[in-house]
Design a protein around this ligand. Structure first.
Ligand code: TRP
Length: 354
């Protein structure tokens, strides 16, 4: 048996470079290796509502935006099932049964939930749905027999919770044939890829912090953002020695630059180490490094932008794809849901004498 891969995003904003290095790149690699039985990417619109109850329009609009972001970045709809969480009712039925297997205090100890409660000022006003989203996320994963979940490291506690639910389910119901596979997370290889910093150098790149370069930004906007990125405030004259740590331009070069970029755009250096040591010694200006980074990022984003233009003329087809794919996903999830209910002994229709 090959792997079943499932991952997803909340549709709360366009995808940016942080998503690109933190998840899209991994997904493209898995897609192109082709070493799987099924590959699902779920647009988690219901999960997005758990902290956006009064912002339905924002979530609704971002369903199509995120779909276009995936397709323009190279996710191939012939290889990957991109579907919409809300259109798969089996997930919510499964969630209801899982909710009885997890305590409130366990959810309150989830480090990602704790952090998000703080960020959102939910200390005294946590919506039940929000606190419960790790349980619902376990259903997203388990309903398809998922074995691999490519995610950023902030999602590791969710996978842990999911695995706990499998153990608890097995302990309580002692299924005669196993219902669930034990899923594993795949995270990006390095810290910088998991948490790409924002342009301001302060925190992780995010739409809400206003420090992001989006996949859909035009050429001019990208260049302006890169030219304004935070570097080393003590590197004033070109001849001054510069610092690499905390310097966002070098952080992005760590994430995006390959040796061949030097041949193309900056042949006086062989590789990033050479560029870094020149910067540290002094004699290398920020503008030169920023223009180099701009070339690399534009090379990545130009084909994505071109593809986006075409996709914008195919909105109806994209919605149709989402609905067809969700129907398929729903039929697949039914199988594990029925198996689960059989093992729990709650398929009451079986009480009818045939
Ligand atoms: N929680 C994920 C995020 O915020 C989105 C998500 C929902 C997800 N269900 C999932 C990710 C299942 C992986 C697997 O990005």
């Amino acid at each position: 048996m090959k792997d079943v891969i499932l991952t997803g995003d909340r549709p709360t904003g366009n995808l940016h470079l942080g998503h690109y290095v933190g998840s899209i790149k991994n997904r493209l690699r898995l897609q192109n290796e082709g070493n799987y039985d099924k590959f699902y990417i779920m647009i988690a619109d219901t999960q997005a509502l758990t902290d956006n109850a009064e912002r339905v329009d924002k979530v609704k609009n971002n369903i199509i935006q995120v779909s276009i972001d995936y397709l323009s970045a190279g996710i191939d709809p012939n290889k990957v099932n991109i579907f919409l969480q809300s259109q798969v009712p089996e997930l919510f039925e499964m969630t209801s049964y899982f909710m009885n297997l997890v305590t409130v205090s366990r959810l309150q100890r989830n480090p990602t939930i704790k952090e998000e409660i703080k960020q959102r000022g939910f200390e005294k006003t946590i919506p039940i749905g929000f606190l419960n989203y790790p349980v619902s996320q376990a259903a997203d994963i388990l309903a398809f027999g998922t074995t691999l979940v490519p995610v950023g490291d902030d999602q590791l506690p969710m996978i842990e919770q999911c695995r706990e639910i499998v153990h608890t389910f097995n302990n309580i119901y002692k299924p005669k044939t196993p219902v669930f596979k034990m899923p594993k997370a795949i995270v990006p290889q390095s810290q910088i890829l998991s948490r790409l910093p924002g342009l301001d150098g302060k925190i992780k790149m995010s739409k809400s912090a206003g420090n992001a370069i989006f996949l859909c930004d035009d050429e001019k906007t990208v260049k302006e953002k890169i030219m304004s990125a935070y570097t080393d405030p003590d590197h004033i004259k070109i001849s001054d020695p510069g610092k690499i740590e905390g310097n966002i331009v070098f952080a992005y070069l760590d994430a995006f630059c390959e040796d061949e970029h030097f041949k193309k755009y900056l042949p006086e250096y062989k590789n990033l180490n050479e560029l870094k040591s020149h910067y540290q010694k002094g004699g290398l200006g920020d503008v030169k490094v920023k223009l180099f980074l701009n070339n690399i990022i534009q090379e990545l984003l130009t084909p994505i932008r071109e593809k986006r233009k075409v996709l914008l003329t195919q909105i109806d087809e994209i919605y149709q794809m989402l609905f067809d794919n969700s129907k398929k996903a729903s039929n697949e999830a039914k199988i594990i849901l029925q198996h689960m209910k059989d093992e729990m002994g709650i398929n009451y229709m079986n009480l009818l004498k045939k």
